[in-house]
Design a binder for this molecule. Sequence first.
Ligand code: CP
Length: 320
Amino acid sequence: MKISPSEFNYTQFPGKTLASKLIESALAYKTNPLADQNKGKGKRLGCIFLNPSLRTRVSTQIAASNLGIESVVLNMDKEAWALEMEEGATMNKNTVEHIKDAAGVLGSYFDFLAVRAFPTLTDKSADMADEVINKFIKYTGRPIISLESALRHPLQSLADQVTIKEKAKTTKPKVVLTWAPHIKAIPHAVANSFAEWTLGMDYDLTITHPEGYELDEQFTQGAKIEYDQSRALQNADFVYVKNWSSFKDYGKIHHTDPTWMLTENSLKNAPDAHVMHCLPVRRNVELSDEILDGSRALIQQQAANRVFAAQAVLSHLLDI
Ligand code: CP
């Protein structure tokens, strides 16, 4: 399928066929990162951050560099003007520049934009509409890659699927997404996206969390929901650990129960389970040191695969 670049918005699961192609492309770039080092010569990528980042920021820049694309990072939350999001606003308060003006300008500077825009976790309807990234999509006129928005974190999920592909011993591994305790209210994007991609790849997905922590059903249709973590973990091949705040009672923390923290004891009935986390991780809150520093952990591999996931997506964008 040929998609016009202005219509291509890399913000969600792209379907199993394209996802499989991107996974294979990422694995090929992992073997030979500079295979297409001139493919993006003359192209420019704007990486726009409205929130902090380590992995996404650096891996996307390295991916661009591997393809000969020039990347420019703008920490919009710290280095640019305070953005107004409301249509028709009378801007006589703290905001200085309207998103439609800023996004239009950035669209004129870059061939592609990559945007990180976290949810408010207080305004459910704005977050559900993925308001900020959708305004960038509307006003830049350029292809947009999500670097994590209110709803999804697709480059993380692609890297996670690359990692599962590298380690899976069967074509339908048992994958468990488990909620973990945390001290702060955390967005749903990583969990949503991981569920969406894992189901999209036709794997066997179980999601386990305390009652009241159900994710938005649009991302979990087809997954088994199991409130007993130890039952969920039995014979798991991959265990993805993540905290998220309540979706139903939006953005609230109802549980910090430490018994949900994954330890070796939690995995006594999953002897071969690999453990995944997107990082950053709160050690000995979400996950024990013994797991993070042990042989089950795939956290470093996942983070390394972020480069090749981003490279596969950028390379795909150069082709369409
Ligand atoms: N996993 C992830 O997105 O990491 P950063 O927030 O550091 O980019």
